[in-house]
Every structure is written in C-alpha cells, then in structure tokens.
Design a protein around this ligand. Structure first.
Ligand SMILES: *Cc1c(COP(=O)(O)O)cnc(C)c1O
Length: 474
C-alpha cells in the first residue's frame, strides 16, 4: 500500500472516543488522560509511517489493537507515580524502597491527626500557643534517659543543626576513620562545611588514639564528634576511640561530645541473634552530650532525625533559625509518637514494629511462608520453561545498618529455560504492582523475609503475567 494510503487507515480522535472500550475508560478516568493517550498513539503511528520504521503489516496490526494500546497508555498515565511495590530483595531497611514500614495502628494514629484538627502547636492546659516539639520530648527522654530531646526532618538535618548550633565558626575534631559517606550523598566533611564549622580530622584511616584528639584540642575547639561508621567496617589492625574514653577528654577540657549514631537502636539486638550495636541509651550513659539518629532505620518509624542530650544544648538548637527549616510535620510527629510508645515494652516493640519484626523473624516462620508461596505458584503456573523452588539464602539489614550481618533466610528461586531472566526481572519490575527481586547467576530470587502473605496473590499474578509476556516476545 502506498504510504499516503497508510495514513488514511489511522482512526480519528473523535472516532476512537466513541468506541465502547474507550467510553468505558472515560467513566473512571479524567478525559484529558484518555485524549492525550489517543493523540500519542496516533502520533506514534504517523511517525512510524513517515519514517518507514516498521513494515506495513506491523502498522496494520498496531491499528487493529489501537484501543488496547490506548487503554494501557491511559492506565500508565493515570497510575500514581509513587506507589507500593513488593520488596522481594530481603533488604529490610531498603532506602530506595522506602526504608521502614509502619503498621496499621500507627497509620490509624496518623489518620486521626490528618483528617482532624489537632493540638500541634497549642497548649491545651493554658489555652495558648504551644510547641510542636513538646509532644515527643517526654517519651524520648523516658526511653533514652536523656535530659531533653527534639526531632527534625531526618538525621542529616539533625547533624547539621547540632554542628551549626554548637560549632559555627569554630573547630570540630573527628577521627579520620569516621569521615564517612552514607548513600544519598550524606558526607561528614560536606555536612561539616555546610554547618559553618571547620573539620579537624585526626588519626589515620585505621587507627585513631585518644592522644590524637588531645593534641588537636585548642581554644577554638567547639566539639568532639564521633560518627557511627554505619555502612562500612575497617577490619584487622584497627583502633578507634570510644565515647567512654572521649568522656575523660571532654570533661578535662569542658568541650561537648557529640555522637552521630546513624541507626538509632533503642534495644539490644544481640538478644535476638543480631550483631551487637551500641544503643542510644548506652551512648548517653557514657556521657555523650548530644546524640543524633534516624527515625526510619533500626528504630523503625517515619523519616525523622532525633536529637537527644543535655538540656542546655537542645534548648540552643531549638532557637537556631535552621530549626524552622528542618521542622517535622504533624504526620511525622503522630507516626513517631505511636512508634516510640511500643518501646515502652521491648517485647511489644519487636512484635509490632515491622522493621524489628522482619529483622528478628525466625527461620521457621520464613520457611513456612516460602513453602506456602511455592505451593501457590506451582498450583497456578504450570509451564515447562518455568521452574521454581525454595532455597537457603541470606537477607541484609540495609539502610547502612549492620553491614556485615547476614541473616539466614529462605528464598523462592525461579529458573527460566530458554527465556531471558533479565527480561523477566525487568517485566516483574514494571508489573502494575512492581515486584522487586534479586537477580543472581541467571536466576530470580524472592526473599520471604520482606514479603508478607497478603502479597502472595500479587506475586503469583505478577509471575504469571510476566511469564506470558516474556514468552510472547520470545
Ligand atoms: C543514615 C545516616 C545518616 C543520615 O540519616 P538520614 O536520616 O538518612 O538523613 C547520618 N549519619 C549516619 C551515621 C547514618 O548512618
């Protein structure tokens, strides 16, 4: 057929809008999205014909299914950009997948605050203006044993606020071994620069001694800083100065000691078979004046940065103009308060806080889930190219917490015969509820530690859909 005639085969916008399928779309989707999708499909056809990119048969085929193409395009456009995914990676605190989850009960508390007015900045006793920081202070003090506390948007903001308040225009001493970078561009030297404090790094990468710190102290020293090395460890011939030793120095010279703990563990996780990690309480007990940590790492709450320590320093921070820029919103406050309440009883915290629950989950429970999912998959997907089994593997804590910890787990492992594993993984990721898996040695892994039973149907449907898609292309 001549090129000119091919153009005449393309349906008109109005014609398409009148089709049964498209009219149905319009009942639940904004008209603009549907019309835009029609225009885009038509433009695509025109370009293809003009550039002679595809054969005549392919053009005709595409025109035959144009209603379906429009439907898919509209649904893609109409979907939320930020949406739920299935985390099959086994990385519990996965920064790219939203770090910590909150449970239904916490969600209900957020909802109560979100859909109603609240005493966010109102003192109910006095009937006057109150402070948004007051709601969390008591419970943080109770759990950690600090004198005073405040909460900002994230831990990066917390560190910046602390340094800016205590050390602007002055010097802060840090060990070279702790000049770390955390994923997402948090770098200690850069945060220091932003705060207006100057960094004085002492010691070497693998060894720093107390006298390194002492030698660097002068009349311009405003703080001693300890940073949790979070996502890496220096092993072998090493030594670092712990906060107990620094306590002697800070007392001798009367300089505040600040510690960025990163993860913010509030309970001793070694009791649950995880690597020992210093808690916020211990840090304060060792005499650290100001401790900062994240709300959504091992604490298991919403994104937040928590600052706890000596009252005089915390009060000074509340007056820093940066506090206004870093302030937390009411959703965060309500979520964090509900999360922190669980910590009043450690057993409850471990059970109710999803992050802690997943990290301390027993292998039997994971195995049970794996076998259940395996049965569901084999019952629903019978295909000679598709093999599935349960295997031992290891999960990770993630979020830069406990980087060496390997948690024994069970995975669903998928082997594809004569099909591209890469393409399979790629399509699972683009499924309507994206399923994020791990690819290893040409097999697809779904770790059951970070997957719950309510997600099984989604996974089975996603696998089936993806398999048919990959086979169709094949
Ligand atoms: C994660 C981390 C941060 C950054 O915390 P965010 O809450 O992500 O801003 C800072 N310092 C340390 C040591 C960390 O582990």
């Amino acid at each position: 057929m001549a090129q000119k005639n091919l153009f005449t085969l393309i349906p008109k916008v109005d014609e398409l809008l009148d089709k049964e399928n498209i009219r149905e779309l319009l009942t639940y989707m904004p008209r603009k999205i549907v019309v835009d999708s029609i225009r885009e499909e038509i433009d695509l056809l025109r370009t293809c014909i003009k550039n002679k990119e595809v054969t005549e048969e392919e053009i005709i085929e595409r025109i035959e299914v144009i209603e379906d193409l429009i439907k898919h395009r509209s649904k893609d456009k109409d979907a939320y950009k930020l949406r739920r995914v299935v985390n099959g990676t086994g990385v519990v605190i996965h920064t790219n997948l939203g770090r910590s989850l909150i449970n239904e009960e916490i969600m209900n508390n957020i909802k109560e605050i979100a859909i109603n007015y609240s005493n966010l900045e109102y003192d109910l006793e006095k009937g006057t203006r109150g402070s948004r920081y007051s709601h969390l202070e008591d419970i943080i003090i109770e759990i950690t044993g600090g004198e005073a506390a405040m909460v900002v948007n994230n831990n990066a903001a917390a560190v910046l606020l602390v340094l800016s308040t205590l050390a602007k225009g002055k010097e802060v001493i840090v060990s070279r071994g702790e000049l770390i970078e955390i994923g997402g561009s948090f770098r200690v030297p850069e945060v220091m620069e932003q705060s207006g404090a100057s960094l004085v790094d002492v010691g070497t990468t693998n060894k720093t001694h107390l006298w390194d710190f002492e030698n660097a102290i002068n009349e311009n020293t405003a703080a001693l800083l300890k940073v949790h090395t979070s996502n890496y460890r220096i092993l072998g011939f090493t030594s670092s100065v712990d906060s107990e030793e620094l306590y002697q120095l800070k007392t001798k010279y009367n300089i505040p000691l600040v510690e960025d703990l990163g993860s913010g563990v509030l309970i001793d996780l070694s009791k649950y078979g995880l690597e020992y990690e210093p808690t916020v309480q211990e840090s304060l007990k060792n005499g650290v004046d100001v401790v900062t940590f994240s709300g959504d790492k091992l604490l298991g709450g919403p994104q937040a940065g928590i600052i706890v320590g000596k009252r005089k320093y915390i009060e000074a921070m509340k007056k820093n103009p940066l506090t206004r820029a870093f302030r937390v919103d009411k959703f965060t406050i309500s979520a964090l308060e509900a999360t922190l309440r669980y910590y009043l009883d450690e057993a409850v915290a471990v059970k109710q806080i999803p992050t802690l629950n997943m990290l301390t989950m027993g292998i039997e429970e994971i195995e049970n889930k794996a076998n259940k999912l395996l049965r569901k998959i084999t019952d629903n997907i019978k295909d000679e190219n598709f093999k599935v089994d349960v295997e031992n593997n290891y999960s990770e804590v993630g979020g830069g917490s406990l980087p060496l910890e390997k948690l024994p787990t069970k995975c669903i492992v998928i082997t594809l015969d004569n099909l591209s594993t890469q393409e399979f993984e790629n399509n699972l990721r683009k499924y309507e509820t994206p399923i994020i898996t791990r690819l290893y040695k040409d097999r697809v892994y779904i770790d059951l530690r970070t997957v719950n039973e309510e997600e099984f149907s989604t996974i089975v449907n996603g696998l089936r859909f993806t398999l048919s898609k990959v086979k169709g292309v094949h």
